[in-house]
Design a protein around this ligand. Structure first.
Ligand code: ZN
Length: 71
C-alpha cells in the first residue's frame, strides 16, 4: 500500500521550515555556530541570535510570572 504511505507522509501537521545560514551565537561564553534557525532572523537582530542551547537556558531562566486569572 505505497499509495497510503504517501498520504501518511505528512500527517497534516505543519512542517517547520528551517532557515539555513551562517550565524554565531551571541552568548560570549558560547559563540557556537548557528547554521539553521526555525525562523527567519531579523537582520537588525543578527547580533542577538542565540543557539538552541543558550536560547533554552535563557528562556528557562525567566521566572514565569504567576498567571492571574481574571475573576
Ligand atoms: Zn549559544
Amino acid at each position: 500500500m505505497s499509495l497510503k504511505m504517501a498520504y501518511n507522509d505528512n500527517d497534516g501537521a505543519p512542517q517547520r521550515q528551517r532557515v539555513e545560514g551562517n550565524w554565531v551565537c551571541s552568548n560570549p561564553d558560547c559563540k557556537a555556530a548557528i547554521t539553521s534557525l526555525p525562523f527567519q532572523p531579523d537582520p537588525s537582530r543578527l547580533n542577538q541570535l542565540l543557539c538552541g542551547d543558550c536560547h533554552r537556558a535563557r528562556v528557562s531562566s525567566f521566572k514565569r510570572p504567576p498567571f492571574r486569572r481574571a475573576a
